[in-house]
Design a binder for this molecule. Structure first.
Ligand code: GUN
Length: 282
């Protein structure tokens, strides 16, 4: 039976540390969160981020823009926030309405305030190993590995999913820790053949039940990033068939209570880091 990786508990500890560190600064760190449109899921995500800020001693300013907002208007708000010395982090909740070019928006955020770490400059620094903010979900998973004494050195790491937010950066961070990384995606011909080789398996496909027990090498570490919502019950579940896989894995993350809370905690940590750099406290 696998050891359960308790993301909720670890995230609470990280948030408490962030709150302690934030209290030492000459002023509170500050997040500016921008929500364009009224997507209910995005609305919940942004509200949760505001709550997390409150818990961590971080100020938050929220900007709700109507769905029809012109791209120029959004860019001009970002420009204003870039120049506002009291704002440490700018978060534009994705996805954006179709008429807005997501890349143009990400590029417009000052790399110093890019607490999602989506800006190409920060992505580039992550690839070359320069110090920079890391995207929250991959950073949270690396924190879990550290906490549970899971070394990636010389391990075969299989990443299922290649999104800019999770899959791609996650593979790069595992490579940094000397893992041998294989990326799998929709066009991978035999997914099971790949996952069966994995010492470390990270799954971020958004495909419920994709990973079954027979696809796991005995003793593998299994990280389930997905948050799939059952439309009937409203319950959340991952891409991994938990009951089957936990019998074979050495470590496994639950859904909910695994990666999700860590993503949120790492956002708070990134805001703190951006504030410390801005206030010349590190
Ligand atoms: N939408 C879904 N995940 C994220 C995230 O991590 N950051 C932002 N800005 N939008 C998202």
């Amino acid at each position: 039976m696998a050891v359960l990786i308790d993301g909720k508990k670890l995230a609470e500890r990280i948030c408490a540390e962030v709150a302690r560190e934030a209290a030492k600064l000459p002023r509170k760190p500050c997040l500016a969160a921008i929500l364009v449109g009224d997507d209910p899921a995005s609305e919940i995500y942004v509200r949760n981020k505001e709550r997390d800020c409150l818990k961590c001693g971080i100020d938050s300013r929220r900007f709700d823009l109507p769905a029809g907002t012109a791209q120029e208007e959004l860019l001009s708000l970002i420009d204003k926030l870039n120049r506002d010395g009291a704002v440490d982090g700018i978060l534009v909740q994705l996805p954006l309405p179709e008429h807005i070019d997501e890349s143009a928006v990400i590029d417009a955020i000052s790399p110093d305030k890019d607490i999602d770490a989506f800006h190409p400059l920060n992505v580039g620094k992550m690839i070359t190993g320069e110090p920079t903010l890391w995207p929250c979900t991959p950073a949270g998973i690396m924190e879990m590995f550290r906490e549970y004494g899971i070394s990636l050195d010389g391990k075969k790491c299989v990443m299922v999913g290649r999104s800019n937010i999770v899959g791609r950066p996650m593979g790069l961070l595992m490579l940094r820790e000397n893992g041998t990384v294989i990326y799998c995606h929709r066009r991978t011909p035999d997914l099971a053949e790949m996952t069966r080789q994995a010492d470390i398996l990270v799954v971020a496909a958004g495909s419920p039940g994709l990973i079954t027990g027979d696809m796991i090498k005995p003793g593998a570490v299994v990280i389930d990033v997905a948050m799939n919502r059952d439309p009937d019950t409203g319950k959340f579940f991952g891409d991994v068939c938990f009951d089957e896989v936990e019998k074979k894995a050495s470590f496994i993350t639950p859904v909910p209570g695994g990666v999700g809370p860590m993503t949120r905690a790492m956002l708070m940590k990134n805001i703190l880091t951006a504030a410390k750099i801005s206030l010349k406290q590190m």
